[in-house]
Write a protein that binds this ligand. Structure first.
Ligand SMILES: [Zn+2]
Length: 278
């Protein structure tokens, strides 16, 4: 089981090499390395990651924001394919086997436009993953936070069903936000995960989660909330993490859960870890 943070938490002020001692004091054991502006990890940090892997830490890599395999612009898609191949080789060189990426977008936000974009993304992924030796690297298309962006639950399922190397990254906060506050109960939380399990059972045991609470508006995601923070209008931040962990346990899912709570990732990760082992 993995409970980790999206990026180095803002509350951590020390050196990267000592971050994992801090994680161990909290009982958390994962870091999603955020390569937001490019697949770049310094050589020094690569060595630290390799060493910490041997000491029980787990790592995933979040692809850069500019990777957009669903773009209407073919030059952007070609560049994204190249970037992903580079990222896969980087991951392999440090023994990381999960790369999370946003499906992106740019085609018309109509059922037809979205269909074209998803088909194009599937073709692109199948092309570059078969050009190189993937070894044990898995790619995780992530649920998008805005309703117009690619990456609805159905679209993520479709991508994973049609791409040998794709597995679902279910960001429960993005899902809640893009569906304008859909996950209002434990039953609905379970329904969403059961749908993934029923649709792509062969991929389900390698599922990856992002879990935290989120502020949203009529177009979806506005802002990740801090752990325990209320919505601006005073309502409790959702989706409910207690329900989420309860469903994870009921469904016997081996958790790999990353908290992206705003500036409080380690608090969110520790909270879910502690709930899980209770
Ligand atoms: Zn993301």
């Amino acid at each position: 089981m993995v409970f980790g943070t999206g990026g180095v938490p803002a509350n951590y002020k020390g050196k990267f090499e000592n971050l994992f001692d801090w994680f161990r004091t909290l009982g958390i054991n994962g870091l999603e390395i955020q390569c937001d502006y490019g697949f770049r990890i310094s050589e020094k940090n690569q060595e630290i990651i390799k060493k910490e892997k041997e000491h029980g830490m787990f790592f995933s890599i979040h692809a850069p924001f500019f990777v957009n395999l669903g773009s209407k612009n073919s030059a952007v898609v070609e560049k994204s394919k190249k970037d992903m191949k580079f990222g896969i080789e980087l991951a392999q060189s440090i023994g990381v086997n999960r790369i999370i990426f946003h499906p992106g977008g740019g085609h018309d936000n109509t059922p037809e436009g979205r269909k074209i974009a998803i088909k194009q993304l599937i073709d692109a992924v199948n092309e570059f993953t078969h050009e190189i030796d993937m070894k044990d690297v898995k790619l995780y298309p992530e649920i998008g936070g805005k309703s117009a962006s690619l990456g609805s639950l159905d679209e993520i399922i479709e991508i994973c069903a049609n791409c040998e190397y794709c597995y679902p990254c279910i960001d429960i906060a993005h899902l809640h936000a893009r569906e304008i506050g859909s996950i209002v109960s434990k039953d609905i939380m379970r329904e969403k995960l059961q749908k993934v399990k029923d649709s792509i059972p062969e991929k389900f045991n390698q599922i990856h989660f992002h879990a935290y609470t989120i502020n949203y508006g009529e177009k979806g995601e506005l802002k990740h909330l801090k752990h325990g923070e209320n919505m601006p209008d005073g309502r409790v931040g959702m989706p409910n993490l207690d329900d989420f962990i309860a469903v994870i346990k009921e469904m016997n899912i081996v958790p790999w859960i990353i908290s992206e709570a705003s500036d409080t990732q380690e608090i969110g990760a520790k909270y879910m870890h502690d709930l899980y082992i209770k």
